[in-house]
Design a protein around this ligand. Structure first.
Ligand SMILES: CC(C)(COP(=O)(O)OP(=O)(O)OC[C@H]1O[C@@H](n2cnc3c(N)ncnc32)[C@H](O)[C@@H]1OP(=O)(O)O)[C@@H](O)C(=O)NCCC(=O)NCCSC(=O)C(=O)O
Ligand SMILES: Cc1ncc(Cc2csc(CCOP(=O)(O)OP(=O)(O)O)c2C)c(N)n1
Ligand SMILES: [Mg+2]
Length: 564
């Protein structure tokens, strides 16, 4: 339509930014270039924050973690084709983790893409994204930008949270329309993540099952942490006296030091429990699909999940409770009021916890010629005990599994790690998002291989002067650093033994410390937390200290006919 002379104009750029701002989004994580460069500049000029990354995958990890921590969709902006593809990995990971995130990518013009005429960075991004996220939308008209942003927000947040792709063909950004008409197209969704109340009969069925249990167990997943109904969950646990064990990112939802925490008796409680209440935890590979030797005696599952068809995904669920975590937990609390507490069962668990913690404690302080995972992590744990509200980011194999065991979490949503997929490379993006969204210090404990996936983002961290301490568990390789080299080349599992991550830090504008003993490690960590400066601590770990794939070596495939 022709717009009369003198009418105030708006355009796609401004409608997109106004819609995001109106919906409470002020931080964008991304990497700019054709056709989105101007978004970054204008977004910053409006007083918002644009966190510019070195690779879109890490910007996407940051956006997804921002979504997990804030319950508002994290927003990532990328260029088309290769930039979009880099961001797509993070979008797919967000969807797998059930973190709310929106990936906005510029794209080629439809008339060229659809005839495959070879546009600049031509790619059918809309359809490539679709199988890897909750929804994939394209905006073709400026007047549709408002509804598209709202649809993306509602889709990312409602039901099971996840990733949404928003495709914006380049020309739309500069297409103008009347500002007055444009303003009418922008709005805020009402209740985009509505509570979903479980049915009374479902609640009654679950209550009866739990009341009849002799050895009940509550298993907390990251869905329970995401729900931010921390007091309700703690109340359910304390009112019923039922022991609980957390999945890794649910650690701290109720403190690891809580007397009903069975994390240090995990095998025992999975084996011996008769009724297991899953709260925001899926029976996927991390829980051995709910079957086999991990689960010992016959089990009855109560499952709280907002996604109805998650039920029976792996094994029959005796009492499905479909709804949001808070509504389900509080419905159970009402029904379980006055139930007899399983004190004998809890007593047996407490005994096992004391034993296993005792065995671990001696390893945490045992001196060795070169640090191993236990005395290094023991030193870190003793420092972090005094900093309960830092966010711990954790990735690696041995570095991941041993830190999960050794480093206690005291508060909810203070541990961010490799998640459902076990993804390496989430470290620096997660650290940026945690520092930005919480405003508090971050400690990232990364294997040296894992760190390498996003190492260049350490410059992003120093550029924004974020209070991030990266402890690199430098064992010289993937899993270990002592693999023999074949005659003709460097082993495929090893890194350059002369790598100096402390100097890498200084080169990128941060502080760098080499730590060869637990005492040096503790001192450096304490100093970095006090300084608030970006710091890399290069923790020298015995190359022989690790095992293949940490605690999941059983998943590795080996040739039965040997090496040829
Ligand atoms: C799959 C799992 C959920 C299985 O859990 P487990 O490892 O068996 O349990 P946990 O780690 O929770 O605990 C391990 C053991 O330590 C005990 N434990 C736990 N906490 C404590 C404390 N505080 N003190 C003493 N002992 C403790 C616990 O009871 C278990 O012993 P017992 O009770 O005696 O059993 C977990 O391993 C996991 O989350 N793995 C993530 C793997 C991953 O994504 N790796 C990165 C990709 S690797 C990869 O891709 C690759 O290699 O390739
Ligand atoms: C995107 C992606 N690519 C590869 C892999 C496979 C893997 C899992 S764990 C790991 C690194 C282990 O070495 P690291 O030095 O970090 O830790 P440590 O055991 O302490 O030595 C790799 C490469 C995964 N999970 N994700
Ligand atoms: Mg390593």
């Amino acid at each position: 339509a022709v717009i009369p002379e003198g009418v105030e104009l708006t355009d796609g750029f401004h409608l997109l930014m106004e819609s995001l701002e109106m919906n409470g989004i002020t931080n964008i994580y991304g990497l700019l270039g054709i056709p989105v460069t101007e978004i970054g500049r204008m977004w910053q000029a409006r007083g918002n924050k644009f966190f510019s990354f070195r690779n879109e995958q890490n910007a996407g990890y940051a956006a997804s973690v921002a979504g997990y921590l804030t319950k508002k969709p994290g927003v990532c902006v990328t260029v088309s084709a290769p930039g979009f593809l880099n961001g797509l990995t993070a979008l797919a990971n967000a969807t797998t983790n059930c973190f709310p995130m929106i990936l906005i990518s510029g794209s080629s013009e439809r008339e060229i893409v659809d005839l495959q005429q070879g546009d600049y960075e031509e790619m059918d991004q809309l359809n490539i994204a679709r199988p890897h996220c909750k929804a994939s939308f394209r905006i073709n008209r400026t007047e549709d930008i408002g509804v598209a942003v709202v649809r993306a927000i509602r889709t990312a947040l409602s039901g099971r949270p996840g990733g949404v792709y928003l495709d914006i063909p380049a020309r739309l950004f500069s297409t103008v329309m009347s500002a007055e008409e444009g303003a009418k197209t922008l709005f805020v969704p009402v209740d985009p993540a509505p509570e979903q109340i479980p049915g009374p009969s479902a609640v009654a069925r679950a209550v009866e099952l739990i009341k009849g249990a002799k050895k009940p167990l509550i298993l907390l997943g990251k869905g329970a942490a995401y729900a931010q109904c921390d007091a309700d969950i703690k109340a359910l646990i304390e009112e019923t006296g039922i022991p609980f064990t957390p999945m890794s990112m649910a650690k701290g939802l109720v403190s690891d030091t809580h007397p009903q925490c069975a994390a240090a008796a995990r095998s025992m409680v999975l084996q011996e429990s008769d009724v297991v209440v899953l709260i925001g935890a899926r029976l996927n590979w991390l829980l051995a699909h709910g079957k086999g030797k991990t689960w010992g005696v016959a089990k009855k599952f109560v499952q709280i999940d907002i996604q109805a068809n998650e039920m029976d995904s792996n094994v029959p669920i005796a009492a499905p409770l479909v709804g949001d975590v808070a509504s389900c937990v509080n419905a159970l609390r009402a029904g379980l009021k006055g139930m007899t507490k399983p004190t004998e069962w809890m007593g047996a668990i407490a005994e096992r916890v004391t034993t296993t913690k005792g065995k671990l404690a001696s390893k945490l302080t045992a001196a060795t010629p070169v640090m191993n995972y236990f005395n290094s992590l023991g030193a870190i744990r003793d420092v972090l005990k005094n900093y309960p509200d830092i966010t711990l980011v954790n990735e690696g194999a041995n570095t991941l599994d041993n830190a999960r065991m050794v480093i206690d979490q005291y508060l909810p949503r203070k541990r961010v790690d490799t998640g459902t997929w076990g993804v390496m490379g989430i470290g620096m993006g997660s650290a940026v998002a945690a520092a930005v969204e919480t405003g508090k210090p971050v400690v990232a404990i990364c294997g040296d291989s894992a760190f390498g996936f996003s190492a260049m983002e350490y410059e992003t961290i120093t550029r924004y002067n974020l209070p991030v301490t990266v402890i690199i568990m430098n064992n010289g390789g993937i899993y270990r650093g002592d693999e023999a080299n074949p005659e003709h080349q460097f082993s495929c599992m090893l890194f350059n033994p002369n790598t100096k991550y402390d100097q890498f830090s200084v080169a990128l504008g941060g502080e760098g410390v080499r730590a060869e003993t637990p005492e040096q490690l503790a001192k450096a960590l304490e100093a970095s937390l006090k300084s608030g400066k970006p710091t890399i601590i290069d923790a020298i770990i015995d190359p022989a200290a690790g095992v293949e794939s940490g605690r999941i070596g059983n998943l590795n495939i080996v040739s039965t006919i040997g090496k040829k």
